[in-house]
Design a protein around this ligand. Structure first.
Ligand SMILES: *Cc1c(COP(=O)(O)O)cnc(C)c1O
Length: 426
């Protein structure tokens, strides 16, 4: 064995997996079972008391899901991970460990539309209050900090316009405030950006997008960087205080640098219940094996399409951080040197009507509410994903009425450009 550390592409194929010990199966088997037989009564008791690691019941953990967890933790450079049923489930489970009713968290205003909704409405009913800040104005995060602030939440490459967030600058604010920085890394994937290298304490993903990558399975994951000290100031009682449901153990004291991932599993997933099906874990694992190949092609195609649009007479503006003239190009060069992702927006001189007409004329692009598929996708955010926002908030979050969002797939770029050309009606 060489002592070389495996590279990203090797980890994407191998991390967490080995031939099945009983059958020799080389692909990770789908352990389609609800429960697992205990060796004896002592073994059962030690599993339930968190004195031993092992399988109990698929709501809490499953061997197929465990391979996925280990793989994504390795790709992100974290200590441990927890797979859940969706990206939104990951967000609920993370914040449930951090916030008590009446607490606050600061979130970047530029977010996936569903996250804006979840934070504004669903979380309010839990007594968790979101305070918005502008990712282009780092001081706005500092100003938003109060004694009740428990976390900061940002996207690395942000919806809907694919803008790049200055993760290091915001992690400095989080560190000063003594709260963890949570980064939604869905649009970048660890192939383009590894937020933990830039100061993130927790990374979340919608696995539904580029990690699964084929538009066929919903899933989410939480990665623990192992960097945050949960015991300071009694701010995080779920992690620092004795847990009555586990014989009074303290999770931080017992599990050290993967205590957060354990809390998400044994307090969040166990009690809230959003378990990922092992079948979906298998589909997503298979997708991850080709992540580096797909992601590079997604980015190269996106750049070619963005350049084409930037030179088209019907186009008013293109927001793609990979273009040299884009306002996020400096940040893209720093954080995502391999490519600025594959999701971006552009606006049409013909405004709202031209956007609607374009969407209806495109043939190769599918009109739907998803990103990160092998197929190229198009949507008009103002009338769909961001329609719940008022007009001012739409513009602020980058989803004005004239804006069209693309998620560029891995087809031949010439075909994508030809489709856009005919739909723009030249
Ligand atoms: C899709 C998405 C989510 C939500 O994930 P689901 O798997 O649909 O629940 C969260 N964040 C971002 C950036 C997304 O693109």
């Amino acid at each position: 064995m060489s002592d070389r550390l495996p590279g990203f592409s090797t980890l994407a194929v191998h991390a967490g997996a080995q031939p099945d010990p009983t059958t020799g199966a080389r692909a990770t088997p789908i352990y389609q079972t609800t429960s697992f037989v205990f060796n004896d009564a002592d073994h059962a008791a030690s599993l339930f008391g968190l004195q031993a690691f092992g399988n109990i019941y698929t709501r809490i953990g499953n061997p197929t899901n465990a391979v996925l967890e280990e793989r994504v933790a390795a790709l992100e450079g974290g200590t441990a991970a927890l797979a859940v049923a969706s990206g939104h489930a990951a967000q609920v489970v993370v914040l449930q460990q951090l916030l008590q009713p009446g607490d606050e968290f600061i979130a970047a205003r530029k977010l996936y539309g569903g996250s804006i909704n979840q934070f504004t409405h669903a979380f309010k009913s839990f007594g968790w209050n979101v305070v918005w800040a502008d990712p282009d104005d780092i001081a706005s995060f500092e100003r938003a900090v109060t004694p009740r602030t428990k976390a900061i939440f940002i996207e690395s490459i942000a919806n809907p316009a694919g803008s790049i967030t200055d993760i290091e600058a915001i992690s400095t604010v989080a560190r000063k405030a003594g709260v963890p920085l949570i980064v939604d890394n869905t649009l970048a994937s660890p192939y383009l950006i590894r937020p933990i290298d830039h100061g993130a304490d927790i990374v979340v993903h919608s696995l539904t997008k580029f990690l699964g990558g084929h538009g066929n399975s919903i899933g989410g994951i939480i990665v623990d960087a192992g960097t945050f000290d949960w015991s300071t100031g009694g701010k995080y009682p779920m992690l620092s205080e004795p847990r009555p449901e586990y014989h009074g153990i303290r999770l931080q004291e017992t599990f050290g640098n993967f205590a957060f991932a354990i809390a998400c599993r044994v307090l969040g997933l166990r009690d809230l219940g959003p378990a990922l099906s092992p079948f979906n874990a298998f589909m997503i694992l298979t997708g991850i094996e080709t992540l580096p190949l797909r992601m590079q092609k997604h980015c190269d195609n996106a750049k070619a399409v963005a350049e084409f649009l930037a030179g088209h007479p019907a186009v008013a503006a293109v927001n793609y951080a990979g273009l040299a003239c884009d306002k996020y190009n400096q940040l893209a060069r720093k954080y995502a040197p391999k490519g600025a992702g594959a999701v971006f927006t552009f606006s049409l001189k013909g405004g709202y009507d031209a956007g609607v007409s374009l969407v209806s004329k495109l043939q190769l692009f599918s009109h739907l509410a998803n990103v990160g598929d092998t197929r190229s996708l198009v949507i008009h955010p103002a009338s769909t994903t961001h329609s719940q926002l008022d007009d001012a908030a739409k513009v602020k979050s980058g989803a004005g009425p004239d804006v069209v969002r693309l998620s560029i797939g891995i087809e031949d770029k010439e075909d994508l450009i030809a489709d856009l050309e005919q739909a723009l009606g030249t």
